[in-house]
Design a protein around this ligand. Sequence first.
Ligand code: DCP
Ligand code: MG
Ligand code: MG
Length: 363
Amino acid sequence: MERVIIHVDMDYFYAAIEEREDPSLKDKAVVVCMYSNRGEEGGAVSTSNYIAREAGIRSAMPCKQAKSLKPDAVFLPVRKELYENVSARVMDILRSHADSEENFENISIDEAFLEISQNCGRDFEKARYIGMRVKHDVLEHEKLTCSVGIGPNKLIAKMASSFRKPDGMTIVKPDEVRDFLNDMPVNRLWGIGKVTGEKLKKMSIETIGQLAACDTQELIAEFGKKRGTWLKKAASGIDESPVTERTATDQIGRMASLKEDTRNDDMIFALLDELADDVIKKAESRKVSFRTVIMTVIFSNFRMATKSRTFSHAVSGKDILHETAREIMLQFLHESNMDFRRIGIRVSNLQQDVGQKSLLEYF
Ligand code: DCP
Ligand code: MG
Ligand code: MG
């Protein structure tokens, strides 16, 4: 069955956030630096805005070198926590456009895949509209631009999002995949690094089209079975990997949208109980108890709020989670008069339950 997948990558993410926070930076070259413990001299460039990139400044370049390329650029230290908070809010906006919770995959601080096959009825014109909505929502709520790629799989969507940057959107329909890839340099294929790129060059394979035309056996002989087969497939634009949320291993959580934006207690608590039940089931199957309950709500204006409660000891079971979740939810309801859009519940500070047998062994 054909799929439709969106990849979103934020534009010059850290530097864009700094520009947003301080509008006086707008027309200046901005370089965000990760300073090492040797101070300003030893740092490397995390990212820079597009004005700075015009001067040749690139990520991972020594800050010293960046300074010599553009002495009048504004150099700022990385503020990771701020960027992580912005990222979490952006991800919530993006997630709300995916077919469902499970059809969303956050792959880095500024990137995510969304499967939208159902939402667009597998129609790439409707997908274009969803892509525009995504860009619009991110800009409206976070004052940041992003670039969007839409394709029949993750590989193509990912390569499409970097095709036009910043603030771009590139759609590659299934029958356009071949042309899209054909003349691209082989090292632009997502997943090909320096080493593979150089090996291919030695084999006189310069473009993705040439790689796709290679004999699979020849590639297997050079790169091994797994890698060789992957190269052939990827160069042909084939990628079957699913879009799936990677949940943190130290947390168990569920989040879902309400049927409509609402403050209705019955609707909110019904969903909350359902989510809590799922969380408990997962915790029980992993045989863990938890000490912390965290609740996240997203309001109708996409603002996000989080509250948590930590117990002095590990707890488990449905009753305590339901009770805690309801208490926290009541606080949210008291503190705001906004409608709720999504609610999430997760447990952390997990502890492996000690079974009977191991208890005996322990003593
Ligand atoms: N980053 C970093 N060090 C790197 C690369 C990236 O610290 N070597 C950080 C800073 C970036 C963020 O990760 O803002 C996202 O990385 P991207 O590769 O998506 O780069 P940008 O978002 O900055 O720019 P672009 O507009 O090219 O996506
Ligand atoms: Mg980016
Ligand atoms: Mg990125």
